[in-house]
Write a protein that binds this ligand. Structure first.
Ligand SMILES: [Ca+2]
Ligand SMILES: [Ca+2]
Length: 531
């Protein structure tokens, strides 16, 4: 619920800031104003300040307005706010809602924040925070902090008395003193962060609200999750932990200690609730010695996040950590060619193609078609677009219905999201013989010519002939005479050969009778359905 709300929120903001500048003006720094502060003082509510690549000694501090306001730097992190080691804030807002994206903010001192939010809501995305005494402070407000890198800061995110839920997701934190520090706030969602080589990775203080900590990777830290609370009786620690912390689907690996509770009268190890998806195995990083904490293909953290959380961009279950491992679908089709031999003209034959997903991500079939369109080959049941989960198979029927004696050649084409085989072709061959003539070559009666395959397990083709244009009713009857399926009800057919496909997946196995009926004639055939 909460995630969806924020995603909608995020999407809306992207639309506001990128797609519809008419809601506010776009101001360029340094083209329109030389400094970010000057641009901010001249901006109006809803404006966007685009800051060009370059190094800037200051960002902006403001009180009530403009609000909301967007600050957008270069997406490749070439817009740098270097605070020169001084006691300066980067962006700091009281009451005004601010959105900060794509900046590198670095190098200050004296407890000042890179982004400071007081009594407001702010969103910080795709920023790099380096060598700061505090990266982000949020006081009596709330924030969304997403896809940021934090390196070598004393304090990363410090929340105090926040009112609404604050969200930290997909952040990478390395070599900081404190990772994510939830102060005496009410609630927070800490998900899919990777925190390494940071003495105190996640700290939760106080007793108010619930902190949901899921899908995080914490490795090489002194303590992964610390709970600090005063005035508590040690006897109720379990109940207290359960009320304050929901910890699930995290990989805590190679830390000195995973859980530590510091209470008023004791310091103790606590155990949140074992068995809820926690992983205590080597996450198999690509190259941690060179700061590459992406996952390798055999990592136990792939598809090991909370199944309830948002899917990864490859449509698979969430991975653990800030860097998901992209999985791919793999299409496999059998047989490699299809050949129909000696089919009588006016009659249909059919066979199935098996489409299998042998990859690790969902296979999306975008389109199936026969090339050229004008050919006696058609796609029967199983055509169209669909999704196929890993390790599943789908059957598509190929039908050959020649009208003229000849040799035919065409291709069945399938388009999918398999990255290296997004378009595949299966050659189709068919030879047609002249129809067996009874009388004058045209069908002389109402008759079921063939039903195949028989026995069948899901789909069956019923072929019939008509001696004249007629209204046809076709039904399936069980051995007690009950109608289990109406296939046709007074439908007009012209004289000649016809076939229809019946998908019987919703009917139990058994012997059935297929009955065809016109105003004056009727014919019945027995079939065996085996699921
Ligand atoms: Ca995944
Ligand atoms: Ca492939």
């Amino acid at each position: 619920m909460i995630c969806n709300r924020f995603i909608q929120f995020l999407t809306l903001n992207l639309i506001l800031c990128i797609c519809t500048p008419s809601l506010g003006d776009i101001i360029h720094v340094p083209d329109d104003y030389e400094t970010i502060q000057e641009a901010t003082e001249n901006a109006e509510n809803g404006d966007t300040i685009m800051v060009a690549p370059g190094e800037y000694p200051r960002a902006a501090g403001f009180v009530h307005e403009p609000s909301p306001i967007w600050f957008i730097g270069d997406p490749n992190h070439e817009t740098i706010i270097d605070l020169g080691g001084d006691r300066h804030n980067g962006f700091s807002s009281q009451y005004a809602r601010i959105f900060v994206e794509n900046f590198v903010i670095r190098n200050n001192s004296g407890g000042r924040p890179g982004v400071g939010l007081f009594r407001t809501h702010g969103e910080v995305r795709n920023c790099v925070f380096q060598d700061l005494s505090v990266a982000i402070t949020i006081s009596e407000g709330s924030a969304l902090v997403e896809r940021c890198h934090f390196e070598n800061n004393a304090w990363n995110t410090h929340l105090d008395l926040n009112e609404d839920e604050t969200i930290f997701r997909y952040n990478f934190i390395s070599e900081c003193t404190f990772g994510i520090d939830i102060g005496y706030g009410r609630s927070a969602l800490i998900e899919n962060n990777t925190i390494v080589n940071t003495p105190n990775a996640i700290i939760v203080r106080g007793s108010e609200g619930l902190c949901h900590i899921r899908n995080n990777m914490v490795s090489g830290c002194d303590v992964a999750i610390t709970l600090i609370a005063g005035l508590l009786d040690n006897q109720i620690i379990d109940e207290f932990v359960a009320r304050r912390l929901a910890i699930s689907y995290n990989c805590l690996w190679d830390n000195e200690m995973n859980f530590l509770a510091i209470l008023s009268d004791t310091t103790d190890v606590f155990n949140p609730s074992p068995g809820d998806g926690m992983i205590d195995e080597n996450p198999l990083f690509v190259d941690p010695d060179n700061d590459d904490y992406h996952l390798t293909a055999d990592s136990p953290c792939i598809d090991a996040g909370d199944p309830e959380s948002e899917s990864d961009p490859d449509s698979t279950r969430a991975d653990i950590g800030a860097f998901y491992f992209h999985l791919y679908p793999e299409i496999e089709i059998e047989p490699e060619t299809i050949e129909f031999s000696d089919v009588q003209t006016g009659v249909s034959d059919s066979t199935t193609l098996s489409i299998r997903n042998t990859g690790r991500a969902p296979l999306h079939i975008i389109r199936q078609y026969i090339e050229p369109i004008e050919s006696p080959f058609t796609i029967g049941n199983g055509g169209g677009d669909f999704n196929l989960d890993p390790d599943s198979t789908h059957l598509t029927w190929i039908v050959f219905s020649p009208e003229i004696q000849d040799e035919y050649e065409a291709a069945y084409c399938i388009e999918s999201n398999d990255p290296d085989e997004n378009s595949l072709e299966i050659p189709l061959y068919g030879t047609a013989l002249r129809v067996k003539q009874e009388g004058g070559g045209l069908p002389i009666e109402l008759k079921i010519v063939d039903i195949f395959p028989n026995p069948f397990n899901n789909s069956v083709i019923v072929q019939f002939t008509l001696s004249s244009n007629n209204d046809i009713t076709m039904k399936v009857i069980d051995l007690n005479g009950r109608v289990v399926k109406m296939l046709l009800t007074h439908e007009k057919f012209s004289l000649g050969h016809h076939s229809i496909i019946w998908n019987a997946s919703d009917i139990p196995s058994g012997i059935y009778l297929v009955n065809i009926e016109s105003a004056s004639k009727t014919d019945t055939r027995k079939i065996l359905l085996i699921h």
